[in-house]
Design a protein around this ligand. Structure first.
Ligand SMILES: [Zn+2]
Length: 359
C-alpha cells in the first residue's frame, strides 16, 4: 500500500471517530426525518458506552443537519422540598435542600452538595443562574427550568433559532469533507504536489471560517456555552476532522435546555413510539426505585399541558401490547409491554410494576 493510501485510510478512521457524539446516558438525541414532522429517537450508548457516557453516531459523509441532542433538567424537587439529582443510570439521588451556591458546573459535571452527574452542555445550568438572578429560591428555579424544557412552543423556537444560526455551517462542512477526501487525492494524482498544496491551503481557510462561525455562536447566540464552544473553535483551526463535524458538535448546546418530548410535540409527532414509552413510564412509575413516583408526579402535569393543543390525553398512551402470538401469555407489563404467563405478579425489568391481565 502506498504512503498516500495509508494516509487516507488513517484520515478516514479519525473522521469516523469524530463522527460520534459522546453524551450523558440520560440524554436523548432526536433526528428529524427529511420532509416530515416526524423524528427518530436515539439513546446514547446503544453501540458503545462508558459508565456515564454513551456514543451516538452521526450520519456518515454528509452534515447531520436534523440532529437535536436534547437534555432534560438533571434536577427535580419533591413535594417535600427535597432536591434530587439524576445520575447516569437514571437514579435519583437526594441532595438535601441546597442553596444556589451549592449548585455548580465544572468540566461538564453538575455538582450539588457533593453529588455529581454529567451534563451535555452548561446551558442548562445557565437557566438556574438566571433564576437565581431573578431572586427565585432553588426549588422554584428548578421548577421553572422544567416548565421551559417541557414547553413545545419554546422547543419550536429553539429549533428554528438553531436552524437559522447553523445554516452556513452545513455547506462549509460538506465542502471541507469532500475537498479533503475527494479534492485532495484527485488533485495529487492528476495535477501533482504543488496544486494539491493549493487545495490544502483552501481547506485550511475553510477550517478557519468554520472556527469563526463557532466563535460567533459562542459570543452572540449561546454565551452560556462560551468556554466549551471556544475549545471547539481552537480544535476546528487545527484538526480538519473536528471542523468537518462542527455543526453536530455545536448542536449539543443548541437543544440542551429542551426535553425531547417537547421537541416531538412541537411538530405534532404525537404517535412517536418513544413518546408512547415515555408516557407509560410516567403512568406506571417503578415502585422499587426510590423517588420514581415523585418524578412521575412532577412530570405528568407538564406532559398533559404539552399534549393539550393536540387534543390528546396522557391516558391515551396507556395502551395494551399487540398480540404476541403466545397462547401462554395472559398478562402484560403496562410500562414496558413485556408479556408474561400466569403466576407472575410484577415485571422484573420494571422493578415491581404490577402486571395487568389481557382483556
Ligand atoms: Zn415492565
Amino acid at each position: 500500500m502506498s504512503a498516500a493510501a495509508e494516509f487516507f485510510l488513517i484520515a478516514l478512521a479519525i473522521y469516523l471517530w469524530e463522527s460520534g457524539l459522546w453524551l450523558p446516558l440520560r440524554a436523548a438525541v432526536l433526528r428529524k426525518r427529511p420532509f416530515s414532522g416526524r423524528w427518530g429517537v436515539h439513546r446514547p450508548g446503544q453501540w458503545m458506552s462508558t459508565r456515564e457516557l454513551g456514543l451516538v453516531a452521526m450520519l456518515p459523509a454528509v452534515p447531520d443537519t436534523g440532529l437535536a441532542p436534547c437534555q432534560a433538567p438533571p434536577l427535580l424537587v419533591t413535594p417535600e422540598g427535597k432536591v434530587l439529582l439524576e445520575t447516569a443510570a437514571s437514579d435519583l439521588v437526594e441532595c438535601g435542600s441546597p442553596t444556589w451556591e451549592d449548585i455548580k458546573v465544572e468540566a461538564g459535571r453538575l455538582t450539588v452538595g457533593g453529588v455529581s452527574a454529567r451534563v451535555s452542555s452548561p446551558r442548562m445550568v445557565d437557566l438556574f443562574r438566571r433564576a437565581k438572578k431573578r431572586g427565585l429560591p432553588p426549588a422554584d428555579g428548578i421548577a421553572d427550568a422544567w416548565k421551559k424544557a417541557m414547553s413545545p412552543h419554546r422547543a419550536a423556537k429553539e429549533w428554528r433559532r438553531w436552524r437559522l444560526v447553523s445554516s452556513p455551517l452545513a455547506p462549509l462542512c460538506l465542502l471541507l469533507t469532500t475537498g479533503f477526501f475527494i479534492g485532495m487525492p484527485v488533485t495529487f494524482l492528476y495535477a501533482g504536489v504543488l496544486p494539491m498544496l493549493g487545495v490544502v491551503l483552501f481547506l485550511w481557510v475553510l477550517m478557519l471560517v468554520i472556527g469563526c462561525r463557532l466563535w460567533w455562536l459562542s459570543r452572540r447566540v449561546y454565551p452560556a456555552a462560551k468556554a466549551a464552544l471556544r475549545g471547539d473553535v481552537f480544535l476546528c483551526c487545527v484538526v480538519p476532522f473536528h471542523a468537518m463535524r462542527a455543526l453536530e458538535v455545536a448542536a449539543v448546546h443548541a437543544m440542551a435546555t429542551t426535553h425531547p418530548a417537547a421537541l416531538l410535540l412541537s411538530t405534532g409527532d404525537t404517535e412517536n413510539p418513544w413518546l408512547g414509552r415515555f408516557s407509560r413510564e410516567l403512568l406506571h412509575p417503578r415502585p422499587d426505585v426510590p423517588h420514581d413516583d415523585d418524578r412521575a408526579a412532577l412530570l405528568r402535569p407538564l406532559l398533559e399541558k404539552a399534549l393539550l393543543p393536540h387534543n390528546r390525553d396522557l391516558s391515551l398512551y396507556g395502551t395494551i401490547p399487540s398480540d404476541s402470538g403466545d397462547e401462554a401469555a395472559t398478562r402484560f407489563c403496562p410500562r414496558c409491554h413485556s408479556v408474561f404467563a400466569d403466576g407472575v405478579d410484577s415485571c422484573t425489568d420494571c422493578k415491581g410494576v404490577p402486571l395487568k391481565a389481557f382483556p
